[in-house]
Design a protein around this ligand. Structure first.
Ligand code: PHE
Length: 433
């Protein structure tokens, strides 16, 4: 059999995984959920969810992917021939398609805002531009179409060329730009309230539904339960330390989310925007921020910012499409080109429905992060915790007993018990709320 392509350098692995993790989930979704779920208290719960549930599931996906050496179905079949767990593969074909459909709509909004930035639309106070955008379904559909075509083109270029090249350049740029916006945002009159909102937790705000939302967001943001990380891990070489990849991804992903929160919330309070308004939050707030900068600075920063958001969204969307494509190519023997175009078309069609209806959009958004992703994640964790032999799991996570020997037991306990029980608890909560 042909050897699978592998990432060329150690850093490339973390970059590619972080490239998948860091995306609209951090910049768009995290701030709007913080606003809907009580600010600092949500952030507090979120960090716990990342540590106790998301990181173990991330490790589980890495173990399956690298040990199995292929996409979800193939890996599970190889590791446990004939077991029912192979149906988890199904989740990982359905979920990315659903997720990508609304993700691509938001990606399209970024394309739209990039164009508006180029036309210097944000140099005067333009709060409320988002209303205009949403009221024009055609504009939304057109931009979503553009975004999907872009995603498909990158996938057609192949793993290394397509993915590595993008992530290396734009991540640092995005980081710097958000930092610039954070610093500028803090100088706005009234920004202090926003900072307080982000750092002073009101623990009475922690309700079951806040916990559920935070957990869902942890899965969403770290790209879990979909098979993305699993598929990427199958390209990772045996020498790589998986614990380091997990930590590296989790920490950088968290950092980006927090930075986005600090970029948005102070301005939300300065401008008197409603923090709990939902998915439009950053698209209403950013134009305000850019309009407050001096015109040329505002123009420059807004163009570069939306450009790098767009690339961050693309690195996530290509990783989503890649899961389904890998499945169709490896399991069904369909050509890469046909698989890519077929899946992209399906995603596009569902995305059109999301563009036309906010109800469909919200439904799919929550279906993914509150149900499908945790469900997929828990199956992976249980597969590793209960189906695979402990010796095999140890072998993967400690690189044959040479590393991470002490933390292995903690990680294994989290994978085997805490992640499944935690997610089950979340499901019950979701049913009751
Ligand atoms: N984690 C990505 C984000 O935060 C979204 C994503 C989910 C990407 C699942 C791939 C797989 O934007």
């Amino acid at each position: 059999m042909k050897r699978r392509e592998q990432f060329t350098s150690r850093l490339a692995v973390v970059f590619a995984m972080a490239g998948s993790a860091i995306g609209l989930g951090n910049i768009w979704r995290f701030p709007y959920l913080v606003g809907q779920n009580g600010g600092a208290a949500f952030i507090f719960v979120y960090i716990i969810a990342v540590a106790l549930l998301a990181i173990p599931v991330f490790l589980a996906e890495c173990v399956i992917g690298r040990r199995g050496g292929s996409g979800t179905f193939g890996a599970m079949r190889k590791l446990a021939p004939g077991s029912k767990y192979r149906w988890a593969g199904l989740v990982t074909v359905v979920t990315p398609v659903v997720l990508l459909s609304f993700y691509s709509v938001v990606g399209g909004w970024s394309v739209d805002y990039l164009m508006k930035a180029c036309m210097l639309r944000f140099t005067k106070d333009t709060t409320g531009v988002f209303d205009g955008l949403l009221s024009s379904a055609w504009e939304s559909i057109f931009m979503h179409t553009t975004f999907m075509i872009g995603t498909a083109i990158v996938i057609l270029l192949g793993v290394k060329k397509g993915i590595e090249r993008f992530t290396k350049v734009t991540m640092p740029l995005l980081f710097i730009l958000i930092l610039v916006i954070v610093i500028f945002g803090l100088t706005l009159p009234g920004a202090g309230k926003g900072v307080e909102y982000l750092i002073k937790p009101d623990f009475t705000k922690i309700t079951p539904s806040v916990i559920a939302a935070a957990t869902g967001q942890a899965f969403f943001s770290m790209s879990l339960g979909v098979g993305t990380i699993l598929t990427y891990a199958s390209y990772v070489s045996k020498e790589e330390n998986l614990m380091v990849s997990a930590w590296g991804t989790a920490v950088s992903d968290l950092l980006f989310a927090l930075l986005a929160g600090f970029a948005i919330m102070p301005a939300v309070f300065a401008a008197g925007i409603e923090p709990g308004q939902g998915p439009g939050l950053i698209f209403d707030t950013l134009p305000y921020i850019f309009s407050q900068m001096s015109p040329w600075v505002g123009a420059m920063v807004s163009i570069l910012f939306f450009l790098s958001v767009l690339v961050a969204a693309l690195t996530s969307s290509i990783s989503l499409l890649e899961v389904g494509v890998a499945y169709l190519v490896e399991e069904k023997g369909i050509s890469r080109t046909k698989a890519t175009i077929g899946l992209a078309a399906l995603v596009w069609a569902i995305g059109v429905a999301c563009s036309l209806s906010g109800g469909v959009f919200n439904f799919l958004d929550h279906l993914c992060s509150d149900w499908l992703m945790p469900f997929g994640g828990v199956l992976f964790a249980m597969f590793v915790g209960w189906k695979m032999s402990k010796a095999d799991v140890r072998d993967e996570l400690t690189n044959g007993g040479t590393r991470n020997i002490r933390i292995f037991n903690v990680a294994y306990f989290l994978i085997r018990y805490i992640a499944p029980i935690g997610v089950l608890g979340i499901f019950v909560t979701n049913l009751l709320r």
